[in-house]
Design a protein around this ligand. Sequence first.
Ligand SMILES: *[C@@H]1O[C@H](CO)[C@@H](O)[C@H](O)[C@H]1NC(C)=O
Ligand SMILES: *[C@@H]1O[C@H](CO)[C@@H](O)[C@H](O)[C@H]1NC(C)=O
Ligand SMILES: *[C@@H]1O[C@H](CO)[C@@H](O)[C@H](O)[C@H]1NC(C)=O
Ligand SMILES: *[C@@H]1O[C@H](CO)[C@@H](O)[C@H](O)[C@H]1NC(C)=O
Ligand SMILES: *[C@@H]1O[C@H](CO)[C@@H](O)[C@H](O)[C@H]1NC(C)=O
Ligand SMILES: *[C@@H]1O[C@H](CO)[C@@H](O)[C@H](O)[C@H]1NC(C)=O
Ligand SMILES: *[C@@H]1O[C@H](CO)[C@@H](O)[C@H](O)[C@H]1NC(C)=O
Length: 525
Amino acid sequence: MKAGRNLVSGGAAAAWLLGLVLVLVVLQTDFLQQITHFTVASITHVSDEMAYKVSSSVSEITRKQQQQLVEVAKSKAPVGMPNTTDSVADAPPSLTSSDEIGSHVVDGIKDLKHENEFLAMDGQIDGSMQNSDVAAPRSKLTCNFSSRHMDICAMEGDIRMHGKSATVYVLAASNDSYWPENGTVTIRPFPRKHEVSTMAKVQEVTIRSSAPVGTTPPRCTVTHDVPAVVFSTGPDSGNFFHGMSDMVIPLYITTREYNGRVQLVVIDYNHKWISRYRDVLAALSIYPVINLDIDNAVRCFPSVHVGIEYHDTLGINPALSRNGYTMMDFLGFLRSVYSLKRPWVTPVNLSFGQRPRLVMILRGYSRVLTNEAEAITAATEVGFEVVAAGPEVVKDITQFAQVVNTCDVIVGVHGAGLTNMVFLPHNGTVMQIIPWGEMKWPCWATFGYPSPGMGLRYVEYEATAEETTLKDVYPKDHAVFADPLSLHKSFDDMYKYFLDGQNVTLDIDRFTGDIKKIYQSITIT
Ligand SMILES: *[C@@H]1O[C@H](CO)[C@@H](O)[C@H](O)[C@H]1NC(C)=O
Ligand SMILES: *[C@@H]1O[C@H](CO)[C@@H](O)[C@H](O)[C@H]1NC(C)=O
Ligand SMILES: *[C@@H]1O[C@H](CO)[C@@H](O)[C@H](O)[C@H]1NC(C)=O
Ligand SMILES: *[C@@H]1O[C@H](CO)[C@@H](O)[C@H](O)[C@H]1NC(C)=O
Ligand SMILES: *[C@@H]1O[C@H](CO)[C@@H](O)[C@H](O)[C@H]1NC(C)=O
Ligand SMILES: *[C@@H]1O[C@H](CO)[C@@H](O)[C@H](O)[C@H]1NC(C)=O
Ligand SMILES: *[C@@H]1O[C@H](CO)[C@@H](O)[C@H](O)[C@H]1NC(C)=O
């Protein structure tokens, strides 16, 4: 079917263009207070100084305490703990993984449950293993490099993670595991694989897979009984579109199924990002985030994902998601995270004297509406209650999510602020104002294409050559007007002229007409 094919190629090309267009759509970064009460696991010290166990009981601690937690792990590391990846390769061949269990006991971890976990794990494969010289395989490594957005490795069994060396050890891997050349594979755990400049900001995580016999791994200093998910916050620029599309949604896809019982592990730890999305993180995981960059512990997990799963621009593909999650599920999750009260937009009955609400996203530097006051007046005269949201207002996600959720319509010139559409109630309307310069397609790919998946109605308003401030700068015969597409060939040009280089002066009559149509579609008498 023609439409279907267009959509597919549209999606692929959209991703390409997004890489170019959106990575540079700059939104002011913000300084959230260093707040935060994370919901967190309590830590119980176990028998000696060497190890502690993360229990599943939940309490509240502050970020400061969270830091201390990491410090504790660091200071409790045993003397002589292997501190480099050489520990695997240097091991005497006679040491088997059952020796490894023995050494744990000898080293004085007397937490019976801890011990039993090891035994149980081995017992699943070979109950007699404890007395055997040859360990049975007990771990499995699976990697998928086929997506153009991300590389992902998942591993389960006896998995040990050393933070500072950013290395994950897969102990005694089974023969149906993925076996990288030389037993080592590296992954940059951020889902923009196709963007060289972005990925340069992402540190590599090394995964070392060892055969059942002949290696000794670093010893666990902390044992967790829940899976871990490792991801990078390095490339964060404070841009809300990228925060949602590249990080929050992929994190949801990867971790939601664990219902909070999952350990988030962050490499390239970015305080601002963690602070900004604290509510989402606390809802996805009941444990404090681990900062891998400064973590000297060797943490053992029953399973680990390195990398987060990206499906689409502000989207989730249920067919690719293990639990069939949809974007609607994600939006429901956001509503619960931010305690948003309105799940649906319902037609406004004007006879009750009610007015529909419209939030207008106002930018401060580029793609500014030069006549924003007139635009607000126009929408008000049409009958809307207008909420004008400048950069300062938009900054605080927690507060602004509430504001957007009270509205029926969101309007703004193309930019990251429109991403706040995720907080609109179901069946809300998005109006994207597209700046001059043949920008319709990339703008649509960013916010138009994902709208149906979010249950939102999408409307476009494309600025004409009369509505751009570029006309004050360039003559009519300049390529900016004569052949805008020719300037798309160079990303820098396209950005310079059409994203960074113009403000928009709306034709108020035309704008009023379009706003009125929306008004009529969502009101009754
Ligand atoms: C590893 O530890 C030894 C002492 O235990 C120390 O001399 C060495 O510098 C450490 N190496 C790294 C990479 O930290
Ligand atoms: C690997 O990832 C691709 C793209 O995300 C997906 O289509 C494919 O099913 C995955 N392969 C496996 C074996 O999971
Ligand atoms: C893989 O391991 C299983 C038991 O763990 C064994 O039965 C099988 O023969 C092995 N396959 C190969 C190809 O080595
Ligand atoms: C594997 O090891 C060999 C020998 O040390 C080396 O030449 C080769 O480059 C290594 N391959 C990878 C992928 O690291
Ligand atoms: C709107 O409210 C008026 C006044 O209560 C009522 O008569 C009318 O039926 C309502 N319209 C709809 C479509 O519900
Ligand atoms: C757009 O408007 C802002 C705010 O008035 C101004 O700082 C900026 O220089 C303008 N940009 C252009 C390209 O006119
Ligand atoms: C969504 O809103 C439109 C416009 O008000 C309306 O025609 C449509 O019936 C609504 N859809 C649902 C499912 O409520």
